[in-house]
Write a protein of this length. Structure first.
Length: 131
């Protein structure tokens, strides 16, 4: 099994209820995001996938859908709080959907880490990386 990782960041605000006093106030973070993809086979060039293709999918989700947004107002988070855990799940699902459209490879998002600060992050591991 091979795994590739790309990193990015975005600025976003959220407001969480019932998790702690400070978090109940509207506040923002400079999020750091790490997205890992995994697969079993290398292509003829000896790579799992082009880093550029992975970065493009991650950038589309993070920069176009999350950056400089009040996350609570996004359609996906109107029914649930935009916690670090749920942001990681959202990024994993959206990136996987984009990779499925654009790549012929059997690669899967294996892990997403959503860092809301330098010392606090949530990590999401999709159920299975097998296709």
């Amino acid at each position: 099994m091979f795994e590739l990782k790309v990193k990015t960041r975005f600025a976003g605000a959220h407001q969480l209820t019932m998790v702690g006093r400070k978090c109940e106030n509207l506040h923002g973070h400079n999020w750091h995001v790490e997205v890992c993809v995994a697969g079993k086979k290398l292509n003829s060039a000896g790579v799992l996938a082009d880093f550029g293709d992975i970065k493009k999918a991650v950038r589309q989700v993070v920069e176009e859908e999350l950056d400089h947004k009040f996350l609570n107002e996004l359609e996906i988070f109107k029914r649930m709080q935009p916690t670090s855990e749920r942001i990681a799940v959202y990024i994993a699902q959206r990136v996987q959907a984009l990779l499925d459209q654009d790549l012929e490879k059997d690669i899967r998002v294996s892990k997403v880490m959503a860092w809301e600060s330098d010392d606090s992050c949530a990590t999401y591991f999709p159920e299975s990386i097998e296709k």
